[in-house]
Write a protein that binds this ligand. Structure first.
Ligand SMILES: NC(=O)c1ccc[n+]([C@@H]2O[C@H](COP(=O)([O-])OP(=O)(O)OC[C@H]3O[C@@H](n4cnc5c(N)ncnc54)[C@H](OP(=O)(O)O)[C@@H]3O)[C@@H](O)[C@H]2O)c1
Length: 314
């Protein structure tokens, strides 16, 4: 069963595996989305991750599908109070556009509340950094929502450590509620040194150190590289991770996977990230019940110090 752990340095307890709701109501139809969500809840999970743009890039979608699906699910099941729901603002939403101006944050929050048929959001993220908007404006807007009881906790996604530190200092000086967690891309393979864009960031060694030092929980997105690890012979390595420098890493992963009875490469990646220096909550997902259950069952495994060291050093 999925257990709960602390979210950052707060008193909130959240599931040790968070369910990514990115494709609910779009790539996954309503029936399959409900099947995956119910399966997660049946395994004791209660931490959901959505955004105000999921999944706008799919043909025929406006990006409100995921929040809308969750609102319908909350209404139908009456389980809103049992769930810790996170949503995000900042990327190119159909109504408020890209950015973290005060009016965008306020309008997006109202829209998320309406779509999810709730009067509070447990965790609201800045989805990506907006360097055109003064950080003060963004953080003050979030503080107002917090004061109004509309948002319980705040998180930052795709921020680099120096910007997180600036945000921390501003919040401390102004007595605003600060970011309690960060959501970044993290998988076992290392990304290519030149980032594909600056709007998405990786958990680098620096980010990990910053999380340890600041007490921020890391929410790891896209941990399975779209399911690549279980299909290494059938699929090319995604472009972001394609480089000779990853050969020893992939070899180490497959070698350790062979040593541990029953573990799949996907499960090993999730197990590995849960044993890093900072608290890491993987954002798991699945296109089917079977995929999700496999991912949840990563909880059955623990790496020995020697195995962890081999994977870390590769
Ligand atoms: N903050 C951000 O900027 C950001 C960005 C991206 C995502 N996210 C969050 O992170 C969550 C996860 O992201 P992601 O979908 O990119 O994660 P991912 O772990 O890289 O990929 C998930 C996909 O992998 C495949 N898969 C999952 N489990 C599998 C298994 N056991 N065996 C084989 N294939 C498996 C499925 O794809 P198939 O349908 O192909 O089988 C599934 O849709 C999202 O739902 C969202 O909440 C946040």
């Amino acid at each position: 069963m999925i257990q709960k752990i602390a979210l950052g340095k707060t008193e909130a307890q959240v599931s040790e595996l968070c369910l990514g709701a990115m494709y609910f109501g779009s790539k996954l139809n309503a029936r399959d989305s409900a099947l995956v969500l119910d399966t997660y809840v049946d395994h004791g999970g209660s931490f959901l991750d959505t955004a105000n743009i999921y999944a706008r890039w799919i043909e025929g979608c406006d990006g409100l599908e995921s929040e809308r699906f969750l609102g319908d699910w909350f209404e139908r099941t009456g389980k809103r109070a049992d769930i810790f729901v996170a949503t995000k603002v900042g990327f190119d939403n159909v109504a408020v556009g890209f950015g973290l101006r005060r009016h965008q944050i306020e309008a997006s929050c109202e829209a998320s509340l309406k779509l999810m048929k709730t009067d509070y959001i447990d965790l609201m993220y800045a989805h990506t950094d907006d360097r055109e908007t003064p950080l003060e404006e963004t953080l003050e807007a979030f503080a107002r929502l917090h004061r109004a009881g509309k948002v319980r906790y705040l998180g930052a996604s795709n921020y680099v450590p120096w910007r997180l530190e600036q945000a921390r200092m501003l919040c401390e000086n102004n007595r605003w509620p600060g970011y309690v967690c960060m959501q970044q891309r993290l998988t076992y393979l290392r990304p290519v040194p030149v980032p594909l864009d600056r709007l998405h960031t990786e958990v680098s060694d620096d980010v990990m150190d910053y999380a340890v030092d600041s007490g921020l929980t890391i929410l790891a997105y896209s941990p399975l590289m779209g399911g690549y690890y279980n299909h290494q012979d059938e699929r090319p390595v995604p472009k972001l991770y394609d480089g000779d420098f990853n050969r020893p890493r992939l070899a180490a992963l497959n070698e350790v996977a062979r040593e541990i009875e029953g573990i799949t490469p996907n499960q090993l990646v999730l197990t590995w990230m849960r044993q890093q220096a900072a608290p890491v909550i993987p954002l798991i997902s699945g296109s089917s019940r079977q995929q999700l259950v496999e991912n949840i069952q990563c909880l059955n495994y623990r790496l020995s110090p020697a195995q962890l060291e081999r994977l870390n050093q590769a």
